[in-house]
Design a protein around this ligand. Structure first.
Ligand code: NAP
Length: 327
């Protein structure tokens, strides 16, 4: 049985803290937390909350101007020290390597890596390598970054890798023979959903590989519900399936923006989180509510599909996670 199945089979009824808020976080002094897309809506909130809990924050951002603004806020609320901002463009493989190297120059270890950055529902776009942009940024970029940061994660006592999923993963069709929509009809939300299913499969497979390698590290997926952030401004019009259409109608009941980072925060800091967990709100089909054990799709819990995606991701990124095999 794969670890995520074991986790689901053995998991308690409920998380230890039923109505979690950032004041429930333990003291995170001494923990280095890296947040991708830290200038974005949810990423910036998470970075500021974790700094408030005492963590040493590394912001990884594409938009450095907005990143600087978040850095200033982190400095105001966080521990005396030197939070840093590192440029990161997840669509540029060579740049990801440079960003990871820069981080390795600045920090000995990474306790928590939050793979948060993402694009959603945009028009068909390809990276210079010819990969569809949702798949490239949301999945491949984070796959590469995590693999490149393994040595730093291994130096932490019990590192956590948190990958931002979405309830949209339930609607995904992952076609490993055509991840970049060269042959299929493209839709923005279809490509987004595919990338979010990839995020879920990656988190589950990483959990399995951490366990196999005997690492004390945790790989956890989290989702925020539906939150009316800037991402919705870029969503290309339909076609939406009935469930997606229902969610758009339900946006008037969306999760409170103040609570949009709660699942990430729980996953990053709370002691009862286990390898392979998936956390997020569950009310109204996962749109809102307190952080809980979230419902994953059957496909996202398929270890064979996860292993196939892993191999494909190694092939497309050239990042082979050798550090896991060596230990
Ligand atoms: N909001 C929701 O309802 C919702 C629901 C489910 C899941 N999520 C997930 O939450 C995460 C954050 O979303 P959000 O709502 O906070 O949206 P957001 O405010 O648009 O933030 C997205 C972040 O991703 C960054 N990003 C985009 N492309 C990038 C690239 N090529 N390289 C590096 N960074 C890049 C953006 O940077 P720039 O400023 O440079 O573009 C921004 O910092 C995403 O993974 C999303 O899928 C959100």
């Amino acid at each position: 049985m794969a670890p995520t199945d074991k986790v689901a089979a053995s998991r308690p009824e409920a998380l230890q803290v039923a109505n979690f808020s950032p004041t429930d976080l333990p003291d995170l002094t001494g923990k280095t937390v890296v947040v991708t897309g830290a200038n974005g809506f949810i990423g910036s909130r998470a970075a500021i909350s974790l700094a408030t809990a005492g963590a040493d924050i590394v912001l990884m951002c594409r938009n450095l101007q907005r990143g600087e603004m978040v850095l200033e806020r982190v400095k105001e609320v966080g521990p005396a020290g030197t939070p840093v901002l590192i440029p990161l463009n997840l669509a540029h493989p060579a740049g990801i390597r440079e960003s990871a190297a820069q981080l390795a120059d600045l920090r000995e270890k990474v306790d928590v890596l939050i793979n948060n950055a993402g694009v959603m529902g945009i028009m068909h776009t390809e990276t210079a390598d010819g990969h569809e942009l949702h798949f490239a940024v949301n999945h491949l970029g984070h796959f590469a970054l995590t693999g490149l940061l393994l040595p730093l994660l291994h130096r932490a006592a019990a590192a956590r890798v948190i990958t931002h999923g979405s309830i949209d993963h339930h609607d995904a069709q992952l076609d490993l023979a055509d991840v970049s929509y060269k042959k299929r009809k493209y839709s923005g939300m279809g490509a987004y959903s595919q990338s979010k299913l990839a995020n879920m499969l990656f988190a589950a497979e990483l959990a399995r590989r951490f366990e196999q390698a005997g690492w004390a590290a945790l790989s956890v997926a989290a989702h925020p519900g539906s939150v009316g952030t800037d991402r919705y401004k870029t969503v290309m019009p339909g076609p939406f399936n009935i469930r997606q259409y229902f969610r758009y109608v339900m946006m008037s009941f969306a999760n409170d923006v103040e609570e949009s980072d709660y699942s990430l925060l729980y996953a990053a800091g709370m002691p009862d989180v286990r390898n392979g967990d998936y956390l997020g709100p569950r009310q109204l089909g996962g749109i809102r509510g307190p952080v809980a054990y979230a419902d994953r799709s059957k496909e996202s819990a398929d270890p064979a599909l996860a292993a196939e995606l892993w191999d494909k991701s190694v092939e497309l990124t050239g990042v082979d996670y050798a550090a896991l095999a060596k230990s």
